[in-house]
Design a binder for this molecule. Structure first.
Ligand code: ADP
Length: 498
């Protein structure tokens, strides 16, 4: 695959070109069974392509290719490998508009606010990890004067990466870039709802990387993901997805005694104190709740605790901001908010909205407006909803909805509120909004979450450790330490010189 790929900015043409393939050992190939499944544009309901329906036989081929390619890759220096990952980053930058358009087509995420941004972040994550190639260092240990004692970092071998559909490219990059730089080969299993952009990225990277080093399979979880986790030659699994599936993956990996990284769900609190800068907090709630991604984010601030003194003003301003957002065709530059990913998620989200409306005391503030365009009438659009009048014990405040639904919970007592903020099965992220330094410091120390911010709501950043506690997962991503910890073994070497 050494010929440069041409840019294809028409996402439907690209979808058709990629249709029906895995990428194994450097080549686009159909599933061994010949089976495929539909890839659907959630904004129109149209079938845009077929995806290869992988099973254990495809897993076998992909892992064998990865195992063979890894041997020579591991012999290269980390710096050389990093250089090639940097070249992948440059190529991905060149293809970013194309990739952004494809991800918008298959996921329904708006191009301007989400999909194009994700394509850019993808390339950025490659550039960040490219620079870590020379940092695969060990230690020397003053164990004995007659012995030279040191540790070295060695790659694990073949890494299995299982990714979700909400931000598939960015989440994939945080796995495959460090795994490859550390000297591993990778097999990625894409989410069934979003296989095309992942396949395109794999194809682009295979222009630079040796055949077999990075392979991509599409298929369903139990039929394709499970045999990847269970394969005897897969020495590490890195997974982002639901808590339920994460636990299944963990159990299978436990049988093989292999390390696992799990990035799972969230029900992240946003705390708005009475002294907060209101406009900043409103902007933070809009971005933190990921309204432009239809709330389909494990980090979404889906519990917003607002002090009673400013509660009503906060709700009114937040509603006005979300009302001004445009729902529509994901590929239209005017669109802020696209669609839910699939009919299954659409039903789930609407089920939670119904449940919220039935919750005693609740008020549902429905925002924005449904698109009127004729061709979007079958689209999976859901109007964002801000719930007020409910407590932290309501089901919609406890369970992960993964949709454009947030709960604004009024509080008066700081201690009580903090207890409620921590009273969650999850512990992924949290934000605090205050102009009081003492409150900020106190809350950041006491909040049970892996990623806590004050007066801002940034998304995952390369270089900043990301990951949760409690049911939100095991292991962190996005840093040098994460690469060393999750994608290498530490070996101790002792030379006795007596
Ligand atoms: P969601 O419910 O949002 O689709 P999942 O956790 O089921 O989240 O999916 C995340 C990823 O895990 C997807 O790529 C999916 O195919 C995969 N998956 C689902 N079930 C399994 C399984 N039993 N073993 C391995 N991977 C799985």
């Amino acid at each position: 695959m050494s010929n440069r790929l041409t840019l294809t900015l028409d996402p439907q043409a690209l979808a058709t070109e990629l249709s029906g393939h895995h990428l194994i050992n450097g080549a686009l190939v159909p599933a061994k069974s010949g089976k495929t499944f539909d890839v659907i544009n959630p904004a129109t309901g149209d079938v845009v392509a077929q995806a290869a329906e992988g099973d254990a036989a495809d897993v076998e081929a992909a892992v064998a290719a990865a195992k063979a390619a890894q041997v020579e890759w591991a012999k290269m220096t980390g710096r050389q490998r990093g250089k090639l990952i940097g070249e992948c980053g440059a190529l991905l930058t060149a293809h970013s508009e194309e990739i952004g358009r494809l991800i918008a087509l298959e996921t329904g995420k708006a191009l301007r606010t989400e999909s194009r941004v994700e394509a850019g972040v993808l390339a950025d994550a490659f550039h960040f990890h490219a620079g870590l190639g020379s940092e695969l260092k060990g230690e020397t240990i003053p164990f004995s004067p007659d012995m030279l004692t040191l540790t070295v970092r060695e790659p694990i071998g073949v890494v299995g990466a299982i990714i979700p559909w909400n931000v598939p490219l960015m989440l994939m990059a945080l796995k495959i870039a460090p795994a490859l730089v550390a000297g591993n080969a990778v097999v990625v299993k894409s989410a069934e709802e979003a296989p095309l952009a992942v396949l395109r990225v794999c194809q682009i990277m295979n222009q630079v990387l040796p055949a077999g080093l990075f392979n991509m399979l599409s298929g369903f979880g139990p039929e394709c993901g499970a045999p990847l986790v269970a394969h005897k030659d897969v020495g590490k699994v890195t997974f982002t997805g639901s808590v339920e599936t994460g636990k299944i993956v963990y159990k299978t990996a436990a049988e093989k005694l292999i390390p696992v990284t799990l990035e799972l769900g969230g029900k992240s609190p946003m705390i708005v104190m009475a002294d907060a800068d209101m406009d900043k907090a409103i902007a933070g709630a809009v971005s933190g709740m990921r309204f432009t991604r239809q709330g389909q984010s494990c980090t979404a601030c889906s519990r917003i605790f607002v002090h009673e003194d400013i509660h009503d003003a906060f709700v009114a301003k937040l509603k006005a901001k979300v009302d001004a957002m445009v729902m529509g065709d994901p590929l239209d530059e005017k669109t802020d908010i696209g669609t839910i990913i699939s009919c299954e998620q659409f039903d789930k989200v609407n089920g939670y909205i119904k449940l919220g409306k039935e919750t005693a005391g609740s008020v549902a503030h429905e925002c924005s407006a449904m698109p009127t365009d004729e061709k979007l009438q079958k689209g999976l659009f859901v109007r964002p909803v801000i719930f007020t009048g409910i407590g932290n014990d309501a089901r919609i405040a406890r369970e992960e909805i993964f949709g454009p639904v947030t709960c604004v919970i009024k509080f008066s007592d700081y201690e009580e509120m903090l207890e409620q903020a921590n009273d969650s099965d999850f512990g992924l992220a949290a934000t605090v909004w205050t102009t009081n330094l003492k409150t900020a410091l106190d809350a950041t120390k006491r909040l049970e979450a892996g990623f806590v911010q004050v007066n801002q709501n940034l998304v995952v950043q390369p270089g900043l450790s990301y990951g949760g506690v409690k049911q939100s997962g095991i292991g962190k991503e996005a840093t040098l330490e994460a690469m060393l910890e999750h994608f290498t073994h530490k070996k101790t070497i002792i030379l006795n010189m007596t």
